[in-house]
Design a protein around this ligand. Structure first.
Ligand code: IDC
Length: 441
């Protein structure tokens, strides 16, 4: 796909910090870029759309290669069209943005340290820290901060027909092997495209795009989870057929779509996270995630993913698993994953797709930071913040994930009633373990 020039692409500046025991240095060239899927796609040097609403222009997009050769992705008006704003080191993503050109729902941006390359994070034996304000993020929404094993240049070097690259937010992948991505490997995903039945702006093509994913933060003001999702292949990998996770065969693909989630509420501590709770979601707080290895170096094996919170200057240890018959784990380890999946009676797709060694491979290869706000057309976010499956007993371990009603989270409701929802991420830091936060309380 080419580059459209009707709107100049100006990345909002978002400085972040790199830390060691001698202190933190600011990467002032930090900036974010909007994913290509949200952008206007039109014919090269013309105003005719290649993609409108949820379908492709069949004249210029007779096949994926021709479509990529004929079409360009254009620059973005970050605040006006997409509700994406920055102030200092803080990024705010608004949920619904309406203006004369239409309505935008949600967004996904990636962190860069230059205009044309994503920042590639290597997190083994490191910690990743940021502040969040989820106070305006109700049931059914998800403010997500996570790492995907994308190419730093968006795939430009591998696929010469991708002329847009990271500067225009191309090359996305994750462990759901999403098929709603419009351009994969420098080709349009237009062949066999099926428009979504519920989303006027989305659809699914014949290809998906898979890769290792480390969810640092999937949350709203009611619930939160952090979740490694390994894949059996190095990403990004373009899948088709059964290798993508399909609705009828969720676990038949090359990635782990469920992950090994640590959601405090689901793990049996219902008083830990939420408005007025131990981690009080009415106010800003800090999230620290540490990637501990067996030998305390980046060359060691990934053994534990630990979480800490800091609020009002005070370090808050993670909640503990609180069910009879299972250890009081307070972090993600291979044993936590095995035992919790077993207790809950979940299929252990995490183990099946590589477990901690699988996640380690992705972390060692390097991953790109995605920051997003989204609603859920498939499961209404009930897997995060409610009782799920909805017909099961919430007192049975693993079923209750949060206090949201099972009727909440339908995109048509939240888009109408919570259009003003938003999330703010700020003060992003990465560095040696113990160097990105302090306890002053
Ligand atoms: C969750 C994933 C999350 C993903 C979501 C929607 O962790 O990253 O965005 O699915 O696809 C289930 C659900 C499954 C959950 C998983 C953890 O079927 O959707 O995965 N889980 O809550 N049942 C038991 C566990």
């Amino acid at each position: 796909q080419g580059v459209g020039t009707y709107q100049t692409e100006t990345h909002p500046s978002l400085p972040f910090q790199r830390c060691t025991s001698s202190g933190c240095t600011t990467v002032s060239s930090g900036q974010v870029v909007l994913d290509a899927n949200w952008r206007w796609v039109h014919v090269n040097n013309g105003y005719t759309n290649c993609y409108t609403g949820n379908s492709w222009n069949s004249t210029v997009c007779a096949d994926g290669k021709a479509c990529a050769a004929n079409c360009s992705v254009d620059g973005a008006d970050y605040s006006g069209t997409y509700g994406i704003t920055v102030s200092g080191n803080a990024l705010t993503l608004k949920f619904v943005t309406t203006n004369s050109s239409g309505k935008n729902v949600g967004s996904r941006v990636y962190l860069m340290s230059s205009d044309s390359r994503y920042e590639l994070f290597k997190l083994l034996n490191q910690e990743f820290t940021f502040d969040v304000d989820v106070s305006k993020l109700p049931c059914g929404l998800n403010g997500a901060v996570y790492f995907s094993e994308m190419d730093a240049d968006g795939g430009m070097a591998k696929y010469s027909s991708n002329k847009a690259g990271a500067k225009y937010g191309t090359g996305y992948c994750d462990s759901q092997c999403p098929k709603d991505i419009k351009f994969i490997n420098g080709e349009a995903n237009s062949v066999g495209w099926i428009p979504s039945e519920t989303d006027p702006n989305a659809g699914n093509g014949q290809y998906g795009t898979c890769c290792n994913e480390m969810d640092i933060w999937e949350a709203n003001s009611i619930s939160t989870a952090y979740t490694p999702h390994p894949c059996t292949k190095t990403g990004p990998y373009r899948c088709s057929g059964a290798e993508c996770n399909t609705p009828t065969d969720r676990y038949g693909g090359i990635c782990d779509p469920d992950g090994c989630d640590f959601n405090s509420y689901r793990m049996g501590d219902r008083e830990f996270y939420g408005p007025g709770k131990v981690v009080d979601t009415n106010k800003k707080f800090t999230i620290v995630t540490q990637f501990h290895t067996t030998d305390g170096t980046a060359n060691g094996r990934l053994k534990e993913i630990r979480r800490l919170y800091v609020q009002d200057g005070k370090v808050i240890q993670n909640s503990k698993v609180n069910f009879p018959g299972i250890d009081a784990y307070d972090s993600i380890t291979e044993q936590f994953c095995t035992d919790s999946r077993q207790l809950f009676g979940d299929f252990d797709s995490f183990a099946a797709k590589g477990g901690m060694p699988g996640m380690e491979a992705g972390l060692r290869n390097g991953m790109v930071l995605a920051l997003s706000i989204w609603d859920d057309h498939h499961a209404h976010m009930l897997w995060l913040d409610s009782t799920y499956p909805t017909d099961k007993d919430p007192e049975q371990p693993g079923i209750a994930r949060g206090s949201c009603p099972i009727t909440s989270g339908d995109p048509k409701d939240v888009e109408a009633n919570n259009a003003n929802a938003q999330v703010t991420y700020s003060n992003i830091k990465v560095g040696d373990i113990g160097t990105t936060y302090t306890n002053t309380g």
